[in-house]
Design a protein around this ligand. Structure first.
Ligand code: HSE
Length: 421
């Protein structure tokens, strides 16, 4: 077993999580980790820690030869980029919870940490307290991993739960903000960007795919309409914001972040409030479900503390799947079974659908249920229209091979004179 090294930490940020880490570390002497300096933006704020710990000067931390670990917990991804890359070039290891920074700069961050032989750990960036990154990195072998899917944003799950309990959207969002779950710019949560950032990170550790969050289908929860919720409850379903990646029969990987109807027999149905839930499916182990608090001071702190402990034993992500000769790649060549609701019948082009299985029209809201190619959905002008809501059916993904087989069956039945409804 490797030797446990004492740590001197430079902490950036004293917000919800930063303050949590400060208090938890003081109560965990066994970690042998001491915070030497804390860099903050607003020195005038009153803080529950000794005043001489604080500075507004980055360099006091980045230039201090005694500081061997930077813990970066600020929410400005651009500032965080400067801090993290400077720390690497000065030979300091970094722990971060900044999913936006990581998702947007992963290739460079991987290259820099290798060049400077430092650790960069970020378990807290995805699913709060659920140890999903190390799990994917260490336990699940690339070839065996079929899919990873789940609720990865605590704020939206909290809002959806509270909406079900009768709160208005504004009330529910305010609560998520007050409880410290939401990003300081909450549109990152509610528009699905945060979930897309997390899925980008998961794709690297699950499949060795380094992509950008803008490369896959994404929609958040802001377009959901009261009639969508009524449709869900009539059918005994719930709406959740689900991030998912699945390996298809052709070996490529489908990935997307979209609202989805979930059935009571799905574990995600029961994931409430700020909890996250992730199902990892592999050929041998079948399905494994992980659930835990995905946002908030102490759940996020628990992941940062676990990274601090891992780093004290010199743990580094090896990015094993990224380094394999056989590369995985994303694809948009698949179909989705979707529910689309909108205000006027002309808002959505019905010819974009391969097949429409259900439609309904009232003065207030119309909807279509149908099968659509993922690329067609991505490029449809109505997909970008803020008044149109798109929700996946519970078993939404249809592989192109089974779609072709279905069409052939339909045509041959028609040729044989069988009338199809
Ligand atoms: N705003 C994020 C969420 C915080 O609600 O999930 C945790 O990443």
């Amino acid at each position: 077993m490797s030797e446990h090294q004492p740590l001197t930490i430079g902490l950036f940020g004293f917000g919800v999580v930063g303050e949590g880490i400060f208090h938890v570390l003081r109560q965990t002497p066994s970690l042998h980790a001491t915070i030497k300096k804390i860099c903050i933006k607003h020195p005038e704020k009153k803080r529950d820690a000794p005043a001489d710990l604080f500075t507004t000067d980055y360099e006091e931390l980045l230039n201090d030869p005694q500081i061997n670990l930077i813990v970066e917990l600020i929410d400005d991804a651009e500032e965080a980029y400067k801090i993290v890359t400077t720390a690497f070039t000065r030979g300091k290891s970094v722990i971060s919870a900044n999913k936006k920074l990581i998702a947007e700069h992963l290739p460079e961050l991987i290259r820099l940490q290798e060049e400077h032989n430092v650790s960069f750990l970020y378990e807290a960036a995805v699913c709060g307290s659920i140890p999903v990154i190390r799990n994917l990195e260490e336990y699940f072998d690339n070839d065996l991993l079929q899919s990873i899917s789940g609720i990865v944003n605590g704020s939206t799950n909290y809002i959806l739960t509270r909406l079900n309990e009768g709160l208005t959207y504004t009330e529910a969002l305010l609560e998520a903000q007050q409880k410290g779950f939401a990003e300081s710019n909450p549109s990152l949560d509610v528009e699905g960007f945060d979930a897309a950032n997390k899925l980008t990170i998961l794709l690297a550790h699950a499949y060795g795919i380094v992509t950008e969050p803008g490369h896959f289908l994404r929609q958040g929860i802001t377009r959901l309409h009261a009639k969508d919720a009524a449709y869900a409850s009539e059918k005994g379903l719930r709406i959740k914001l689900v991030a998912q990646a699945r390996k298809l029969a052709d070996g490529k990987v489908a990935a997307f972040v979209l609202p989805q109807f979930v059935r009571p027999d799905s574990q995600l149905f029961h994931v409430a409030n700020e909890y996250n839930g992730v199902t990892i499916e592999s050929k041998l182990a079948d399905k494994q479900f992980f659930s835990g608090k995905g946002a908030g001071r102490y759940p996020t702190s628990s992941a940062v503390i676990s990274d601090i402990s891992a780093f004290s034993y010199r743990y580094q992500y090896e990015y094993k799947k990224l380094k394999r000769p056989e590369k995985n790649a994303l694809t948009h060549n698949f179909y989705l079974d979707v529910f689309v609701s909108f205000s006027a019948w002309t808002d959505v082009n019905k010819w974009d659908f391969e097949e429409v299985t259900e439609y309904h029209s009232t003065a207030e809201r119309q909807y279509i249920r149908g099968v659509i190619h993922a690329d067609k959905l991505r490029s449809a002008s109505w997909f970008a229209d803020r008044s149109v809501s798109v929700i996946l059916q519970p078993e939404a993904l249809i592989e192109k091979e089974s779609r072709v087989a279905q069409s052939i069956k339909k045509v041959s039945l028609q040729l044989a004179g069988v009338t199809l409804s």
